[in-house]
Design a protein around this ligand. Structure first.
Ligand code: APR
Ligand code: PHB
Length: 394
């Protein structure tokens, strides 16, 4: 069966869903093809920190009601090292900006609900997706739906299918430059039924390794421990997790962390990755399909949102007037912001983690950098303005 639309979108993560929603608001039709089921997409636990610009965009486009009700506005983070906590206050350093803690899967639920309510088409459980003729004006996507071969014809294609998707792979290798770093550690993430030990996030640099204390609600904590890159969750019974969290958090905050039921565990590798340019012919890559950051700077979801904000505007101009200037500028416009976030995420990762190959010299450099960040208003401002997010048109 053949389906026609203006924009074909591969992937129903935050990038693909928000793009489809923004295009709809500009009167442009799209179809989203997603490998997984709706239930799987809505339950997948991922990132949870929204920059001010992300919150503003979701609000302006009408999908921010629940986020504004249930999201937790945070005006600072704590950096913990040497047995003490040091607060970085965002509003005083950034002219009033803050972040909102709201799970990525909640953003996904809100976007799916908005698309379906507006009659949008999301085809879940689309198998064997492949993209064709991406260099021509009639790109198309082939896939199986309910076992039946389908073809989606479109004018423009958006590859929003994440790091392991098929869209980036469809671009000839010689047309892309890849920049990459794989870090010699991973994050072991835990979702626990326990009140967070602090009202704000705690980033703890400890000689046993980094730890992060985040949350999803006043009753649910999201906790991370730096572990070896090949670590497996089965090696971490609950008692070991709590013991290690208490150690890395230090005494006073550690005592406030209550050992509740662990709801979910998983290990995530850490990498920096950028594919340039983010476009080939009529295929435009957005979000994790084009770039990955290590999670220390909490930038992945925000970059995906910023990409599709730029892409939706460029596509709207193209369909309205035939003007291609914004589409031609898409990759360069996004990459400026992407590289800033890549640098910030690499810097936060390098400052806070214990690297297996580091010696005493490097440990002391790390300590000096942390002391500079908490001791100098200029250094604290640099961290704060990157963390809350630079303006979308930066
Ligand atoms: N065909 C169809 N869909 C696919 C395919 C495929 N071959 N491969 C992957 N997908 C889907 C995935 O199942 C997923 O739902 O594409 C979607 C990609 O979504 P995300 O991985 O969430 O990526 P993105 O929308 O760019 O959002 C970036 O996700 O990984 C986090 O930290 C990251 O917060 C950031 C955000
Ligand atoms: C999270 O809450 O999942 C989270 C918070 C901050 C990060 C990374 C992840 O830097």
């Amino acid at each position: 069966m053949r389906v026609d639309t203006q924009v074909g979108i591969v992937g129903a993560g935050p990038a693909g869903l928000l793009l489809s929603h923004l295009l709809h608001l500009s009167g442009i039709e799209s179809v989203v093809l997603e490998l997984r089921s709706r239930d799987y997409c809505e339950r997948r636990v991922r990132a949870g920190v929204l920059e001010q610009g992300t919150v503003d965009l979701l609000t302006e486009c009408g999908v921010g009601d629940r986020m504004r009700r249930e999201g937790l506005v945070h005006r600072g983070i704590e950096l913990r090292f040497g047995g003490r906590g040091h607060r970085i206050d965002f509003p005083t350093l950034t002219g009033g900006r803050a972040i909102t803690v709201y799970g990525q899967q909640e953003v996904v639920k809100d976007l799916i609900a908005a698309r379906l309510a507006a009659g949008g088409r999301i085809m879940f459980e689309a198998d064997d997706v492949s993209v064709h003729d991406i260099q021509t004006d009639r790109p198309h996507v082939r896939f199986l739906h309910g076992g039946e071969p389908m073809e989606l014809q479109c004018r423009l294609l958006a590859g929003c299918d994440g790091f392991h998707g098929v869209c980036r792979e469809a671009i000839p290798a010689e047309a892309l430059s890849i920049y990459e770093r794989v870090y010699p550690f991973a994050w072991f993430g835990v979702l626990a039924q326990t009140p967070p030990p602090s009202a704000e996030l705690i980033y703890a640099a400890h000689e046993r390794g980094f730890a992060l204390y985040s949350m999803r609600s006043p009753e649910i904590s999201r906790l991370y421990l730096q572990v070896a890159p090949d670590e497996e969750a089965v090696n971490w019974p609950d008692t070991r997790i709590w013991r290690e969290l208490h150690r890395r958090l230090g005494e006073e905050a550690g005592e406030r962390l209550k050992e509740g039921t662990i709801l979910e565990k998983g290990v995530t590798g850490m990498r920096s990755f950028i594919a340039e340019p983010m476009q080939y012919g009529r295929l435009y890559l957005a979000g994790d399909a084009a770039h990955i950051v290590p999670p220390t700077g909490a930038k992945g979801l925000n970059l995906a949102v910023a990409d599709v904000g730029v892409l939706a505007r460029a596509m709207a101009k193209y369909f309205k007037s035939g003007g291609e200037d914004l589409l031609r500028a898409y990759s360069a416009t996004c990459l400026r912001r992407v590289w800033r976030a890549e640098h910030f995420s690499w810097w936060m990762t390098s400052m806070l983690h214990r690297f297996p190959a580091h010696d005493g010299f490097q440990h002391r450099l790390q300590r000096s950098e942390l002391e500079y960040v908490i001791g100098s208003r200029a250094a604290a401002t640099s961290l704060a303005e990157n963390y809350v997010g630079l303006p979308f048109d930066w």
